[in-house]
Write a protein that binds this ligand. Structure first.
Ligand code: TA6
Length: 271
């Protein structure tokens, strides 16, 4: 099962048809195709906007951007110089190695270490290693964050998440199980309302309206279903989950967001 290194990306191919493409820029998975049933034609599982930049000029609008060390607009004093969603998604990672290449699957490792530009935004000793593993019907993404300083070097705080853009008809999806989970509604008009926790009382969550909900201490295993498909997301050591769909109201204000019913669902953790 080849691992094909190209100028700007690495392509993983599975003998039973699945494939994945990872841009070195942002270590962004920009394609994951897998067969619904063994032997069927592989289907693209991720959404990448037709207006997305893939040339490293800006974070990719779609796929699976890696968000580190801050989620959203930085609030921690240490993160004051960081861009929205941190620097992992807008820096070029290094292809480190092929980790596995056999019948079970193919797996590659990419890494990111502080450059001068990163240190100017985040002056802490770290080493990120990102392992992406493609099996016949599954894609696994593992982010390893290492503090590389001496024992006397102060620790650093971070948030990390996978900002998954799932290819699904936004107006027909249902996400479970989130009933009873506390969440913050970022679509609320005032800061106070956005900071006031709510409790999800619906049996399943849809994204037919503009949705930007941060669920805390969520189950860690999510079923996303729609009339013609489904996907399951399992999150390990990622205690929160964000459900975001800009819909037309907000999506039209995002320059590189393609019109049409897409939504993003991603999982995150606070560390
Ligand atoms: O994950 C949801 C979110 O935080 C939204 O609030 C929206 O900002 C989205 O991420 C996309 O952010 P971006 O910086 O990629 O435009």
């Amino acid at each position: 099962m080849p691992v094909i290194q190209k100028d700007d990306r690495v392509v993983l191919q599975h003998p039973k048809g699945a494939s994945a493409e990872i841009l070195y820029y942002g270590a962004t998975v920009i394609s994951w195709k897998s067969p619904s049933a063994t032997g069927s034609q592989p289907t693209e599982r991720l959404f990448v906007s037709g207006k997305a930049a893939l040339d490293g000029s800006k974070p990719v609008r779609g796929g699976i951007p890696v968000v580190f060390p801050a989620f959203g607009t930085p609030t921690h004093p240490d993160h004051a110089k960081l861009p929205q969603h941190g620097f992992a998604r807008n820096n070029v990672w290094t292809f480190t190695s092929t980790v596995m290449d056999n019948e079970a699957g193919v797996s590659v490792k990419l890494s990111l270490v502080p450059t001068e530009a990163i240190r100017a935004q985040f002056d802490h000793p770290f080493h990120l290693e990102y392992v992406v593993t493609l099996a016949e019907h599954q894609l696994t993404t593992d982010l390893h964050v290492q503090h590389t300083g001496l024992s006397t070097t102060p620790p650093f705080e971070f948030q990390a998440l996978f900002h998954n853009y799932i290819r699904a008809p936004a107006n027909e999806v249902h996400i479970t199980p989130l009933t009873g989970v506390s969440y913050y509604d970022k679509t609320e008009p005032t800061e106070q309302a956005r900071a006031t926790p709510k409790v999800e009382n619906r049996e399943s969550v849809d994204v037919q309206k503009y949705t930007d909900f941060v669920y805390e201490n969520a189950p860690g295993k999510y079923n996303i279903t729609w009339p013609s498909g489904a996907i399951e997301i399992r999150a390990k050591n990622l205690k929160d989950v964000v459900i975001w769909n800009p819909q037309q109201e907000t999506g039209s204000k995002i320059a590189d967001m393609e019109e049409g019913g897409w939504y993003v669902e991603h999982v995150m953790t606070e560390n």
